[in-house]
Design a binder for this molecule. Structure first.
Ligand SMILES: Cc1ncc(COP(=O)(O)O)c(C=O)c1O
Length: 417
C-alpha cells in the first residue's frame, strides 16, 4: 500500500473529519480549538457557510476555465472586487496558485522590468520552497538544505530583529539600514539590484514585526536607485494583522505586493499586484500557468472578501489581536522561559529561551505538544523552532481567545516547572 512520505511531518496527531469556524473535529469526534488556521489561511474560519455556498454554486457551473484560454466571470469579479482593498496605485493583478508561485512571478517581473539581475532579501524572511523562493528564504536552513545549487543573484541583509540581537528597536534598525548600504558597497551595487523582497512581519522567521523607519529606509533607497520594493503579504494580508495589509501599520508604499493564504479561505489562490505601468513591463508570454485563477477559488475569494468586509473581520482581528497579545504577554511575564512575546493582530508568537537566554527549542516543542493534547492546536516557528505561534481565524471570539489562553497558561506552567 502506498504511504505518505515519511518526512512529511504533522505538527499534531489530529486526523480531521471536518471543520467549523474556529474548531476542527477529528475522526473520533473530539473538538480542537484551531489556533493555526491552516498556517494563516482559513481566516473566515473553517467552512464559512457563505464561502461554502459560493464554491458549491461555482462547482456546478464551471470548475476550470483555463485563464490563458478563456476568461471567466469569477476571475473578472475578483479582480474588480480587489480594487476596493488594494493599496492605491496597485491596480493590475496576476493570479497563480501558491505563495511560492507568486514570489516567482514577482521576481520575474522585477528582473524583466528593471533589466537587473540581483535582489536583496532580509534575514529571517520566508518566501517559499520552490528553487527561487527557497533561495530567497533565510528563516531556516531546512528549507534549502540539500537543494543546492540555489538560484544566484540573491543577497541577504539584516532584518531589524531587536530581540535576537539583544538591542533596542532603534539600534537594530540603524544597524539593518547601515548593513544594507554596506551590502550595496560590497556585494550588489544598487544599479544591479532589481528589488527588495520583504515581509511586513517575519512569519516563519519568528513573528517579528518590521517598523516604519526600517521600511521607510528601504523605500528611500528604492526610490533613489530605481529598485522595486516587493512586499510579501502572503501571511500578513487580508486583515490578519488588524489592518487590511500588514504594511499599512508602517505607512510604506509597495511597488509589488504578494497575496495568497487569507485570499480564498483555503482554496489555492495567490497573486501579485502592481501598477499597470509596471505590470506592462513583464515580457509577453511570461505570465501564465495551467491552474492560476481557478474559477472555484476565485468564487470563494469573492465570498471571502464579502465576509471580511460585512462581518467586520479586520476590526475583529485588531480587537481580538490586542486581547491575544496582552494575555499571551501576561503568561510570558510569569516565566523566564518565555523571553519575548510579540506580534501584530492575530499573529502572536512566544519565544522560549533557556536560563542563559539561548533558544529553547525543546520547551517550545513540549508546550506545542502539550497544548495539542489539551485540544489547542498551535505551531512553532523561528530559525530554532523555539517560537510558539498563535494564528486563530479572524472570526475568533473573545471567549475563544480566553479559552485558548487558559489552556496556554496551564501548558506553560506545566512545561516550565
Ligand atoms: C510570507 C510568506 N511568503 C511565501 C510563502 C510561501 O507560500 P506557499 O507555501 O503557498 O508556497 C509563505 C508560506 O508560509 C509565507 O508565509
Amino acid at each position: 500500500m502506498a504511504q505518505l512520505s515519511p518526512i512529511l511531518k504533522q505538527a499534531t496527531p489530529v486526523v480531521v473529519d471536518h471543520g467549523e469556524g474556529v474548531y476542527l473535529y477529528d475522526v473520533d469526534g473530539r473538538r480542537h480549538l484551531d489556533f493555526t488556521a491552516g498556517i494563516g489561511v482559513t481566516s473566515t474560519g473553517h467552512c464559512h457557510p457563505r464561502v461554502v455556498a459560493a464554491a458549491q454554486e461555482q462547482v456546478g457551473k464551471l470548475i476550470h476555465g483555463q485563464y490563458t484560454t478563456v476568461m471567466h466571470k469569477p476571475l473578472l469579479e475578483l479582480t474588480e472586487r480587489l480594487t476596493e482593498v488594494l493599496p492605491s496605485g496597485l491596480d493590475s493583478l496576476f493570479f497563480s496558485n501558491s505563495g511560492s508561485e507568486a514570489v516567482e512571478a514577482a521576481l520575474r517581473l522585477s528582473r524583466q522590468a528593471t533589466g537587473r539581475p540581483n535582489i536583496v532579501v532580509f534575514q529571517g524572511g520566508f518566501h517559499g520552497r520552490t528553487v527561487a523562493a527557497a533561495s530567497m528564504t533565510t528563516s531556516g536552513t531546512r528549507f534549502s538544505a540539500g537543494f543546492s545549487p540555489l538560484m544566484s543573484g540573491v543577497h541577504v541583509a539584516p532584518f531589524p530583529f531587536a530581540y535576537h540581537y539583544g538591542w533596542d528597536e532603534q539600534t537594530a534598525t540603524d544597524f539593518a539600514l547601515r548593513e544594507l548600504d554596506y551590502l550595496f558597497a560590497t556585494q550588489t551595487s544598487p544599479q544591479e539590484t532589481a528589488a527588495f523582497f520583504v515581509e511586513p512581519m517575519l512569519g516563519e522567521g519568528g513573528y517579528v514585526p518590521a517598523n516604519s523607519e526600517f521600511l521607510a529606509g528601504l523605500r528611500r533607497r528604492a526610490d533613489e536607485h530605481g529598485i522595486l520594493l516587493v512586499v510579501d503579504e502572503i501571511q500578513t494580508g487580508f486583515g490578519r494583522t488588524g489592518k487590511f495589509w500588514g504594511h499599512q501599520h508602517f505607512d510604506v508604499r509597495p511597488d509589488i505586493m504578494l497575496i495568497a493564504k487569507g485570499l480564498a479561505s483555503g482554496f489555492p489562490l495567490s497573486g501579485i499586484a502592481a501598477s499597470r505601468e509596471l505590470m506592462a513591463k513583464a515580457w509577453p508570454g511570461s505570465q501564465g500557468g495551467t491552474y492560476g485563477g481557478n474559477a472555484v477559488a476565485c468564487a470563494a475569494a469573492v465570498a471571502t472578501l464579502d465576509v471580511i468586509q460585512q462581518e467586520g473581520l479586520v476590526e475583529n482581528a485588531a480587537a481580538r489581536g490586542r486581547q491575544l497579545l496582552e494575555n499571551a504577554r501576561a503568561v510570558g511575564d510569569k516565566t523566564a522561559a518565555i523571553g519575548d512575546v510579540r506580534g501584530l493582530g492575530l499573529l502572536v508568537g512566544s519565544e522560549f529561551v533557556t536560563a542563559d537566554g539561548k533558544p529553547d527549542t525543546a520547551t517550545a516543542q513540549a508546550a506545542q505538544k502539550a497544548a495539542a493534547e489539551r485540544g489547542l492546536l498551535l505551531l512553532t516557528c523561528g530559525a530554532y523552532m523555539n517560537v510558539v505561534r498563535m494564528i486563530p481565524p479572524l472570526v475568533v471570539t473573545a471567549e475563544q481567545i480566553d479559552e485558548a489562553l487558559d489552556i496556554w497558561a496551564d501548558v506553560v506552567a506545566s512545561v516550565t516547572k
